[in-house]
Write a new protein. Structure first.
Length: 117
């Protein structure tokens, strides 16, 4: 399985971005796709995740009220909608995929989000 994250870029404070994470390779019936971010000189932290099961989205969890996690199991793609962005949201955002949240097996290459003040 390969993950391709996209949608990052430069945005002004208060703006929005939608990140996508497309999975290629074998289909997944049951999996968790998670979003993490890592700011400069900081640890990588979990932003949110979506659980897929039986070929559909089961539930999503977001650790940030301004962010919404969603996904399309048929397209094997997850999304991270980020609104009201702040400079402190500047980070490299990674998507990851695994059977459970504690077992992220596959990682995308990361996409940089820069929020200017």
């Amino acid at each position: 399985v390969q993950l391709q994250a996209s949608g990052g870029g430069l945005v002004q404070t208060g703006g929005s971005l939608r990140l996508s994470c497309a999975a290629s390779g074998r289909a997944f019936e049951t999996a968790v796709m998670a979003w993490f971010r890592q700011a400069p000189e900081k640890d990588r932290v979990l932003v949110g995740y979506i659980s897929f099961g039986a070929g559909r989205s089961l539930y999503t969890i977001s650790n940030e009220d301004r962010f919404t996690v969603s996904g399309d199991a048929a397209k094997k793609t997850g999304y991270l909608q980020m609104n009201s962005l702040k400079p402190e949201d500047t980070a490299v955002y990674y998507c990851a995929l695994g059977p459970t949240l504690s077992s992220m097996t596959f990682w995308g290459q990361g996409t940089l989000v820069t929020v200017s003040s």
